[in-house]
Design a protein around this ligand. Structure first.
Ligand SMILES: Nc1nc2c(c(=O)[nH]1)N(C=O)[C@@H](CNc1ccc(C(=O)N[C@@H](CCC(=O)O)C(=O)O)cc1)CN2
Ligand SMILES: Nc1ncnc2c1ncn2[C@@H]1O[C@H](COP(=O)(O)OP(=O)(O)OP(=O)(O)O)[C@@H](O)[C@H]1O
Length: 185
């Protein structure tokens, strides 16, 4: 049987439309799993993200992290080709307009995260991930290989099976409004 390459651009378009429809018709709120709360400790650095469009808002997870004494960071990119950095950020700090309609941190304090809350376009039951396609998170995961990679998405973004490319690094867990998928349940 020959392996067909996965049409990632077409899947992205379909899943962004699914995500838009879910938010327009239902809305949702990410539910913080007990196992996530149990991970949190003072002194951890948790990279969150500021959602754009119909992305799931990780704020309930980020707020729980802050309540546990963790420090937050947000991703920062200068463009499609530039590598992504995680910059320390406090909820009282401002945000500035960035590329792709992003709101990004303004300071310049790069940090190495212990936990990375990752926006998703799609995911599968094996915790493979489809992102925006610029490779920003792929490269960040290669750099911060010891960080815990947690995807955040709406349940409608789950597909039967993604076919990972050689550089794709699977997530440790995915958290949605309906529950979570973990490496060991
Ligand atoms: N909220 C959020 N922040 C993030 C990301 C993300 O996916 N979501 N990123 C993830 O890497 C990084 C920014 N990289 C990006 C790379 C490409 C596109 C992009 O191609 N956007 C499409 C529209 C996407 C949509 O409609 O959902 C575009 O501009 O055409 C966006 C972000 C860091 N910050
Ligand atoms: N570790 C890496 N170093 C350099 N380039 C990488 C690395 N990982 C991936 N890339 C490049 O980034 C691009 C990622 O494309 P892909 O379609 O897999 O992104 P994605 O699954 O949507 O994830 P992302 O959220 O990271 O954009 C590819 O062109 C790939 O060659």
């Amino acid at each position: 049987m020959t392996k067909q390459p996965m049409d990632k651009p077409a899947l992205r378009a379909r899943m962004r439309a699914e995500r838009d429809r879910f938010v327009a018709e239902h809305g949702g709120r990410i539910v913080v799993p007990d196992w996530f709360l149990a991970l949190l400790r003072a002194g951890l650095t948790v990279a969150s993200y500021h959602p754009i469009g119909s992305e799931a808002d990780p704020a309930p997870l980020a707020n729980a992290a802050v309540a546990a004494g963790a420090t937050l960071a947000l991703p920062h990119v200068a463009g499609k080709k530039a590598p992504m950095r995680f910059l320390a950020w406090h909820p009282d700090d401002g945000l500035a307009d960035g590329p792709f309609g992003l709101q990004q941190p303004t300071g310049d304090r790069p940090v190495a995260p212990d936990i990375v809350l990752t926006p998703l376009v799609a995911f599968d039951g094996a915790r493979n991930r489809l992102g925006q396609g610029a490779g920003h998170y792929d490269r960040a995961f290669a750099e911060h290989h010891d960080a815990l990679r947690i995807g955040v998405a709406w349940q409608v973004q789950q597909v039967d099976r993604l076919r990972p490319d050689p550089w794709d690094v699977p997530l440790h867990a995915v958290i949605t409004e309906a529950g979570s998928i973990r490496e060991r349940n």
